[in-house]
Design a protein around this ligand. Structure first.
Ligand code: PEP
Length: 259
């Protein structure tokens, strides 16, 4: 049975004081909700602060990105070991904003995923099509290409610990979520691709696939109830105590229904 996972991506938002208020509010409102996994990915500058705030809670710490080298002359970059050192357990890799604005290719994303795993960090690998690609009927083609390229060289043993996030680019930050049918169809397709890639139905069954794209307390119940949806990667709605805590509560209820 896969445990639902709600992951917050704060993106390039939050300063110290606001971040502390936000995380304290979330801890207060979610401390009894222990049936699901929760992760928060603040900007690098807040990792240390959030780490100390979430001590003794079941909230985990994630990073929004990582570089693939271990150390050296790479000004401005952060290594997987540094993330581990600050207390991260997860790292978001291949977010569409990184692909779009920072020209990250599948080759780079694959190197990042391998480097994260080598350092015992769980990659949350983001894949998804643009609106143009969906209109042209290329959704499956794009998902297939991204997944197979990004996961190259990752052995079966490590595969089931990876988290995949299906994030249709056109639904991110737009307030326009994909429909439950579009989401279930993409998730079930991704699970099939993993099944082939891993040549093991068991690994594909264990691996969690999150949905990301304008998820909020109004649409969460419907989305999270889909058979192949194992949680959400939440952008906008993770920046507010009420909306994020409500999402966690909804996920907790759905988890109990799915059990
Ligand atoms: C995201 O950036 O991963 C995301 C899903 O953003 P939003 O929830 O704001 O659409």
């Amino acid at each position: 049975m896969r445990k639902l996972f709600i992951a917050a991506n704060w993106k390039m938002n939050m300063y110290h004081q606001g971040a502390v208020e936000l995380i304290r509010g979330i801890i207060e409102r979610t401390r009894l909700l222990n049936s699901i996994d929760i992760m928060v990915a603040p900007p690098f500058t807040l990792l240390e602060t959030i780490k100390s705030e979430i001590q003794n809670t079941h909230i985990q710490l994630g990073s929004q990105d990582v570089f693939f080298e271990e150390s050296g002359a790479y000004t401005g970059e952060i290594s997987p070991g540094m993330l581990l050192d600050v207390g991260c357990t997860h790292v978001i890799i291949g977010h569409s904003e990184r692909r779009q604005y920072f020209h990250e290719t599948d080759e780079i994303i694959n190197k990042k995923a391998l480097a994260a795993l080598k350092n015992h960090l769980v990659p949350i690998l983001c894949v998804g099509e643009t609106w143009e690609e969906r209109k042209q009927g290329k959704t499956f083609l794009i998902l297939n290409r991204q997944i197979l390229f990004d996961l190259q060289g990752i052995d079966n043993e490590k595969l089931s610990s990876i988290v995949i996030a299906y994030e249709p680019v056109w639904a991110i930050g737009t307030g326009k979520s994909a429909t439950k049918e579009q989401i279930q169809e993409a998730h079930s397709y991704l699970r099939e691709v993993i099944k082939e890639f891993a040549s093991s139905p068991e690994i594909a069954y264990q691996l969690r696939i999150l949905y990301g794209g304008s998820m909020n307390p109004k649409n969460a119940q419907e989305i999270l109830s889909q058979k192949d949806v194992d949680g959400g990667l939440i952008g906008g709605a993770s920046l507010n105590i009420d909306s994020f805590s409500s999402l966690v509560q909804i996920a907790e209820n759905v988890q109990k229904m799915k059990e």
